[in-house]
Design a protein around this ligand. Structure first.
Ligand code: CO8
Length: 256
């Protein structure tokens, strides 16, 4: 398998595992990623951590050697499939974190952008170098990066192809946390611990409100928030959370 899946407690850990090619996204690796995301969707996991094997790269992007040999129609199909697989990471009902433990370029950074959060290790370097290949990003980079860091910061990276280190990525809002440690799994599990102790339904509804609202005007977005809060209020977890507050005890959420 070019993507391995293991569990540490309630955290699913997906590792891009093609170190000899710096975990570049071949069709086979993307297909394995799709299968792994499908397995996680059916599991009891409460958080997803994605990282890269080999200690040098999170992922060096789409497999350039495969890309060169495709016709226009085969490229269009491959891009659509890869976009759907990468988007499926972001639409899981559980929060996800990319732990960037080396190079995250092109499609590699685009996987990280599809995650809920990004943690950078000291050796991380990130960028969208497609312009140097005479290309543009194609796995979500032109869309998710400006939404995250603003249009001009995104265009700075997209039009120059320059790469940023962990500190600059943190300053520009591209990553949420810097890790001083040396173990990417430990860094990601620690980070996710802040988000996994609550009602899964409330967590998923909050992410849905933010994601759907971001695409709309404020009035529409507030209506979506109101609808989703109304749904949250119907859950057993909401009843338990409010009752626990009144009874001055810790809430025991059951994802009901
Ligand atoms: N694709 C294929 N193989 C790769 C890739 C890649 N993206 N990146 C590295 N490799 C391979 C190298 O060819 C090399 O293999 P070999 O030993 O057989 O020659 C091995 O990995 C190690 O790489 P290097 O020797 O180059 O290692 P260095 O430490 O010298 O350099 C770098 C590391 C700087 C990361 C360098 O490998 C590099 O620049 N890689 C390419 C990065 C890049 O341009 N990524 C963007 C790709 S395009 C993209 O992601 C667009 C997505 C949408 C496209 C949709 C199309 C259908």
């Amino acid at each position: 398998m070019l993507v391995t899946l293991e569990y540490r407690g309630a955290i699913a850990i997906a590792t891009l595992n093609r170190p000899e090619a710096l975990n570049a996204l071949s069709l086979e690796l993307l297909s394995d990623l799709r299968d792994v995301i499908g397995q996680i969707r059916q599991s009891a996991a409460r958080g997803l951590l994605i990282t890269g094997s080999g200690g040098k790269a999170f992922c060096a992007g789409a497999d350039i050697k495969e890309m060169m040999e495709r016709s226009a129609s085969a490229s269009r199909k491959a891009i659509a499939e890869a976009q759907a697989i990468i988007s499926s990471v972001g639409t899981l009902p559980i929060p996800s974190v990319a732990v960037i433990n080396g190079f995250a370029f092109g499609g590699g950074l685009e996987i990280a952008l599809a995650c809920t959060f990004r943690v950078a290790m000291k050796q991380a370097r990130m960028g969208l170098p497609e312009i140097k290949l005479g290309l543009i990003p194609g796995y979500g980079g032109t869309q998710r990066l400006p939404r995250l860091v603003g249009e001009s910061r995104a265009l700075d990276l997209i039009l120059s192809g320059r790469t940023v280190d962990a500190d600059e990525a943190y300053r520009m809002g591209l990553v949420d946390r810097l890790s001083e440690g040396s173990d990417p799994i430990e860094a990601g599990v620690d980070f996710l611990a802040s988000f996994t102790g609550f009602s899964l339904a409330a967590s998923a509804l909050a992410r849905e409100a933010v994601a759907r609202g971001a695409e709309r005007g404020l009035d529409d977005a507030l209506r979506i928030e109101g609808d989703l809060l109304t749904l949250a209020l119907q859950t057993g977890d909401a009843k338990e959370g409010m009752l626990a507050f009144i009874e001055k005890r810790k809430a025991c959420f059951k994802d009901e």
